[in-house]
Write a protein that binds this ligand. Sequence first.
Ligand code: HEC
Length: 155
Amino acid sequence: MKSCKLSWLLVAILSIMVAAFSYKFTVGEVQPSDDGRLAVQLSNDERNALLLEMRTWLQNSQAMLAAVSSQDFATVATIAKSSGMAAEAGTPGSLFRKIPLEMKKIGFDTRQKFDEIAIDAEKLKNSQHTIKQISTAMNNCVACHATYRFVASDK
Ligand code: HEC
């Protein structure tokens, strides 16, 4: 009987831990921001790393448009792939906890859209189609920036 009670206690404790972890994973480390957005609280290094990734996204979006304007679909595909899901592999686990689920979803969706741009550029070689895809992917940039900002909580 005693060991039975103990196992129930263990189950209860584990369930609470799982629930707390899932809650953190869903909500992330966010605070309301005075500009009406949600401020994701990061360390200085994490913020710098993400902002660098952002500047790479901007640079790659411009480079894809330049390549598609000269019908260079091989370059479109290479650049799009470098912004796709493969680039996610280097993201540290600590960031996954701090970034709210909704934001992660938009981020992953953007990477998947870049992967689709790469596949279609190689397969279809249709500039109108690629431009439309870049425009659709960039709606995610707009949506995420409208909702979130990054704040470094240590200096
Ligand atoms: C999942 C959310 C998300 C997506 C998607 C996203 N961004 Fe960002 N981006 C942010 C946040 C948050 C910031 C910080 C804004 C702030 O703190 O005011 C940022 C900042 C930036 C910056 C400023 C970098 C700096 O050095 O200050 C650039 C440029 C940028 N993003 C480009 C892009 C482009 C281009 C795309 C789409 C291809 C994109 N972002 C998609 C969340 C996102």
